[in-house]
Write a protein that binds this ligand. Structure first.
Ligand SMILES: [Zn+2]
Ligand SMILES: [Zn+2]
Length: 224
């Protein structure tokens, strides 16, 4: 490591060893370490299931989130979306892998619609999934699920419409053997949980026993 030239920090430009974050910026990242709802990862006073999950249990069973989606982590996520930056992918994926608290049978990445994939050239969730799979030795099933409806980006819609927008957006391929499996969905950001919830439903319809959500960042209510 010492022989490599220092790479500029993506956030402040100071020299960094990883080419992602210098030590000072790394220390500023909003890690999600406090007590939180085990289902959706929103903070709760003593780590109990939150009221929203009790009222309307989502189709996924647990969420692991490495960070909250706040400054300056949002800048890193944005760089991830707009360019295929392998050192950044590895850095964020490793943060998720370190927080993993169960060993699912397999991983799936939140799929992009083929048209969107062609525009962007890569699916950042798939890149994260490959790295996490490699680090934890859990197989990634890159073709098990697909996005069958090309929906407008969730970020372009008001909160209330996001559930409806995602309805029936995903399907699992009939040849993906998910019966009885614990599947973890890998994604970059969980905001309302609508996309991950829809994919979790599709996985459960295909026979998955348990679904976890593994995300880099969780949007907290005060960041909305
Ligand atoms: Zn920095
Ligand atoms: Zn919850």
């Amino acid at each position: 490591m010492r022989l490599l030239p220092a790479q500029p920090c993506l956030l402040c430009g100071a020299p960094s060893r990883t080419g992602v974050c210098c030590a000072a910026c790394d220390a500023e990242l909003p890690r999600l370490t406090g007590e939180h709802c085990p289902v959706c990862a929103l903070p709760t006073p003593s780590g109990e299931v939150c009221g929203e999950c009790l009222k309307h249990a989502p189709a996924f069973d647990h969420t692991v989130a490495a960070f909250s989606y706040g400054f300056p982590l949002d800048k890193l996520i944005q760089s991830l979306k707009f360019r295929d930056h392998l050192t950044l992918v590895n850095y964020l994926a490793d943060a998720v892998a370190r927080r993993a608290n169960s060993t699912p049978d397999c991983l799936v990445a939140l799929p992009l619609h083929p048209l969107r994939l062609r525009e962007r050239g890569f699916n950042q969730s798939m890149l994260l999934g490959h790295r996490i799979s490699h680090q934890l030795g859990i197989p990634l099933l890159p073709h098990a699920c697909e996005r069958v409806r090309n929906t407008p980006p969730q970020s372009s819609l008001p909160w209330k419409e996001r559930d409806k927008n995602m309805r029936q957006a995903f399907a699992c391929r009939p040849d993906a053997d998910l019966r009885g499996k614990h599947v973890a969905i890998v994604d970059d950001v969980m905001t309302t949980g609508a996309s991950i919830g829809e994919l979790a439903q599709a996985l459960k319809r295909a026979g998955a026993r348990e679904v976890s959500a593994w995300v880099v960042a969780r949007t907290l209510p005060h960041d909305r």
